[in-house]
Ligand binder design. Structure first.
Ligand code: BGC
Length: 251
């Protein structure tokens, strides 16, 4: 039985739990704290310390962290809904310094996608699984025969006929809510997004995550694709589970 800590850092909230990375189950309670105003690196690191101290006060479980940014070798190369001072920062080093234990940092959608492959809707699916998270932004994860191809950022592609808008600007769940779009109208944007991804990648399975995937029966049946498309199984915990499963020494 291997236990690690997963932390999911978002623009508004931070969540963490100890995870049994063999079974994909949370061990004990999940803790949630607000993201400090402005989501600046030192402030966020302090909240990570609080989370880890509450979960594992005297232990030294390794930590996996997921974060809404392109992450290459622990360094952030973008920043969505968090302060821009993250860009260029070695997030892994910052957090290892503050937490005093091994840390591995990955993109939030990559973590959620990996969790769906290991423990959820895409468990053991071979070939190409394309996971998208529909939330404030659109995140994506590509998993090919169980190997995560990181930082795909498919929410940032331009869709046919929309040269000035990325997929995320048209089809994120936040856009549906902000513009008061009906499910049917929103599904038209999703149709364009998923049929473009289908044409580009020919995946074996689409998995749709993000909080709105709970309402999948309102919009997935409206889509017409040749690729099977299913809702994620781990709604709010996917980031924690995937980050923990990708933590140092987790596998
Ligand atoms: C970011 C991605 C992130 C996604 C979901 C996008 O805006 O570019 O890195 O995975 O939002 O949070």
């Amino acid at each position: 039985m291997t236990h690690t800590i997963g932390i999911d850092i978002g623009g508004t909230g931070m969540k963490a739990a100890i995870v049994d990375v063999d079974s994909g189950e949370l061990v004990g309670e999940k803790i949630k704290l607000g993201t400090p105003d402005g989501a600046k690196p030192d402030d966020v690191a302090r909240v990570c310390r609080e989370l880890v101290e509450q979960l594992d006060p005297n232990g030294n479980l390794p930590v996996g962290v997921c974060f809404p940014a392109v992450i290459i070798n622990e360094v952030a190369f973008s920043a969505s809904n968090v302060d821009t001072s993250w860009i260029g920062l070695n997030v892994g080093n910052l957090l290892e310094g503050v937490l005093g234990r091994p840390v591995h940092v990955v993109n939030d959608a990559d973590a959620a996608g990996f969790a769906e492959y290991k423990f959820g809707a895409a468990k053991d699916v071979s070939g190409l699984v394309l996971v998208t998270t529909l939330g404030t932004g659109i995140g994506s994860a590509l998993i090919y025969n169980g190997v995560l191809v990181p930082n795909s950022e498919l929410g940032h592609i331009n869709l046919p006929g929309h040269r000035h808008n990325t997929a995320e600007m048209l089809a994120a769940n936040v856009v549906r809510v902000r513009k008061g779009l009906t499910w049917k109208r929103w599904a038209e944007h999703l149709q364009l997004f998923y049929s473009t991804l289908e044409r580009l990648f020919s995946p074996d399975l689409f998995v749709v995550g993000g909080g709105v995937s709970k309402d999948y029966d309102e919009f997935l049946p409206l889509l017409s694709l040749r690729t099977p498309i299913v809702p994620a199984q781990h709604f709010n915990d996917a980031g924690i589970l995937g980050a923990a499963a990708l933590a140092p020494f987790a596998r």
